[in-house]
Ligand binder design. Structure first.
Ligand code: BES
Ligand code: MN
Ligand code: ZN
Length: 494
């Protein structure tokens, strides 16, 4: 599917489908009015007769009369004109593209992005349109023997543009396309079952992303390598498994060597049974999504590799399974992390922080300008923030504010939780330097406080995506979040 900036009036477009906005009240939008005039008041008539109401989410597809060069007209409700903001626009576009996919029509030109939209400039409107398209077009089929969905018929969609707006729109299309492909990669990896998406599979994916791209390099540490550098915390999580653990290191070199890299660290537990502290049965299958932090890092690298911005990026993915067995780590075991700190593993289900501890220590050797880790870390984050905003914990106000802003701009929002020193008290152990759980209170914060023990003096932020990385119920599946937030953040920086 190709998007393009299309100049010209709606009456002049030769396309299978003209997508035109209508509001719930007031005069017709300029693009729609022009078509209305050319068709003897066809659209005003449809609104008058109640064939379409103009409410957001309304859609009406009709054959275009011969006075137009287009074959069909799709009217899309946009609600009240003065309330048409980014969210309503997103919804209108989603409905338009969803209907378009059902039509099997090959081409379309949309005038929805020609409207004034609160909180979205030309660039943003184009970027949203492309991302919404790809989000709706994604289908998980890999492990299904029959594909109940017919393949997507559309080959190209035009977004209305003028000579003045063309550049911004083309940039939005480019960024939207790369981000969306990163999101799709992340979703696919998240959705794959844990018997396919193993640590080895993530290694293969990292290598595949880097193949043929001179700015990308991949290094992989195996268990022997990790043992040599003292990653006792990470290795304690994989102790009960047959599948070998890996530490994947990705480098994107888009700027001078002297520029410090941004570091992304993603939790890659390909299945989290809880280990000896076994999780209850219901919904345990969803713990295949416990590698969505890793999938985010791979998705962001995929997008960045396409856009080639002038920055340096390091990605670290500690990845293994968390399973019980005779060789598994037991509650009460004390392990030594790469940093030298000893950890009493009071609950083997608090494993994400154990693999991240060593990954956060390791990443410091690349002298990053800042570190962002991404992890499906705590069920408590779901309790605190639900499925709308990801949790953000950080030792830096500047980095926090940049991430909050990027999240809002990308409609992939986060919310900051505090990290006062007082929370560290909850991690005190009688038998080690610290313990890996802090009790019932403030579970997301104590997890963050644990990670903070391993970041040294680095500027660091932690994103807890336990509530946002996947949906449950009938729409069960990975969301690809927070790839949009991180692409936004990185593209703002160069
Ligand atoms: N991967 C889970 C967190 C999780 C649970 C994410 C449910 C999404 C839904 C993590 O490894 C975990 O098990 N955390 C424990 C920590 C606890 C033992 C301190 C949790 O949240 O229960
Ligand atoms: Mn766990
Ligand atoms: Zn986990």
């Amino acid at each position: 599917m190709r998007f393009e900036a299309k100049t010209g009036h709606a009456t002049e477009q030769k396309t299978a489908c003209l997508i035109l906005p209508v509001y719930a009240s007031g005069p017709l939008p300029a693009s729609t009015r022009r078509v209305d005039t050319a068709t003897d008041g066809l659209i005003a008539g449809l609104l008058e007769d109640g064939d379409i109401s103009g409410k957001v989410g309304d859609a009406l597809l009709i054959k275009a009369p011969p006075t137009l060069r287009a074959d069909r007209i799709m009217l899309i409700g946009c609600g009240e004109r003065d309330k048409f903001d980014r969210k309503q626009y997103r919804k209108a576009v989603r409905v338009a593209f969803g209907s378009l996919r059902q039509t099997r029509l090959k081409t379309a030109v949309s005038y929805l992005n020609g409207e004034a939209i609160a909180g979205a400039d030309m660039y943003r409107r184009a970027r949203i349109a492309v991302e919404v398209w790809h989000h709706g077009a994604y289908r998980y089929t890999t492990t299904k023997s029959t594909d109940e969905q017919p393949p997507i018929a559309q080959t190209s969609i035009g977004l209305t543009a003028t000579t003045a707006t063309g550049t911004a729109i083309r940039k939005g299309i480019k960024h939207g396309d790369a981000t969306a492909r990163g999101v799709a990669l992340s979703r696919e990896l998240g959705n794959l079952p844990a018997n396919i998406c193993t640590p080895g599979h993530l290694v293969a994916e990292a290598r595949r992303i880097a193949r043929g791209n001179s700015k990308l390099r991949v290094q992989v540490l195996d268990e022997a390598d990790m043992k040599k550098i003292g990653m006792g915390s990470l290795l304690s999580v994989t102790a009960g498994t047959a599948e070998p653990a890996k530490l994947i290191v990705l480098h994107y070199d888009g700027a001078a060597k002297s520029r410090q890299p941004v570091a992304l660290v993603g939790k890659g537990i390909t299945f989290d049974s809880g280990g000896i502290s076994l999780k209850p049965g219901p919904a345990m299958d969803e713990m295949k999504f416990d590698m969505c932090g890793a999938a985010t890092v791979l998705g962001v690298f995929h997008a960045i590799a396409t856009l080639k911005p002038a920055l340096n990026l390091v990605g670290i993915i500690p990845t293994c399974e968390n399973l019980p067995s005779g060789t598994a780590t037991k509650p009460g075991d004390v392990v030594t992390a790469m940093s030298g700190k000893t950890i009493e593993v009071l609950n083997t289900d608090a494993e994400g922080r154990l693999i991240l501890a060593d990954a956060l220590t390791y990443v410091q050797k690349f002298k990053p300008e800042l570190i962002i880790d991404i992890a499906t870390l705590t069920g408590a984050c779901l309790v605190a923030l639900g499925r709308h905003r990801s949790g953000l914990l950080s030792n830096s106000d500047g980095l926090s504010n940049a991430l909050l802003k990027a999240g809002d701009a990308a409609d992939d929002p986060v919310w900051r939780l505090p990290l006062d020193d007082e929370y560290k008290e909850l991690l005190k152990s009688n038998f080690a330097d610290l313990q890996n759980i802090g009790g019932r209170d403030a579970g997301t914060i104590t997890a963050g406080a644990f990670l903070a023990e391993f970041v040294g003096d680095s500027e660091w932020a932690h994103l807890d995506i336990a509530g946002t990385a996947w949906l449950t119920g009938s729409r069960k599946g990975s969301t690809g979040r927070p790839v949009p937030l991180l692409c936004e953040f990185l593209l703002n920086r160069h």
